[in-house]
Write a new protein. Structure first.
Length: 186
């Protein structure tokens, strides 16, 4: 190998660590790639040390394996991100305990007319989409993506069913009152 050639496995240490995390949790490549929502071939490349995950994917991997701050920071450093900083991707994953507070910037309501649900043994992701109104041939545009555990999804289904049932009762009562008023005026 000459001095100016690129190593065949430039991210071997990072890949080995991610593979050992996966094996330690007894998960397959398909399970982890599904949970992190990346292509299995990309995960294979990352584990081999051929490909470097971008910061967003690395954060998803860190969250998937529920790494503590110290472990997350070591993985982040193996990737070569923020070498001089004590945070990971702006999330305060440092060696010392930190607290993360997320404040929504914009809390507007976004309406959707389509949803695509993906499920793994770890949870579900819902891709909310809006039909493209500019042209009839356009694909639906994604407007939001939401992921949750299976347990949380079950509680959400219960909540939605209860809310819809309650709303139906209110509509029926309003219609009944309206019908009674019409009969009284007739």
């Amino acid at each position: 190998m000459t001095n100016n050639s690129v190593p065949k496995y430039p991210y071997k240490s990072l890949g080995n660590k991610i593979r050992s995390l996966r094996e330690k949790s007894h998960e397959t490549l398909a399970e982890v790639s599904g949970a992190v929502e990346i292509d299995t071939h990309l995960l294979i490349g990352i584990e081999k040390g051929v490909k470097l995950p971008n910061e967003d994917i690395l954060i998803l991997i860190i969250r998937h394996f529920e790494l503590n701050n110290s472990e997350a920071f070591k993985l982040w450093q193996l990737a070569g991100y923020d070498k001089d900083q004590t945070t990971v991707g702006g999330f305060g994953l440092s060696a010392s305990p930190t607290m993360l507070v997320l404040i929504p910037i914009d809390n507007k309501v976004i309406y959707t007319d389509q949803v695509h649900v993906n499920s793994t043994s770890f949870g579900i992701t819902m891709n909310f989409m809006q039909s493209a109104q500019a042209s009839n041939n356009s694909q639906p545009q994604p407007i939001a993506r939401l992921g949750m555990s299976l347990e949380h999804a079950k509680s959400l289904v219960t909540l939605l069913n209860d809310t819809l049932a309650s709303q139906s009762k209110r509509i029926n009562k309003t219609q009944d009152k309206s019908l009674k008023r019409r009969k009284q005026t007739d």
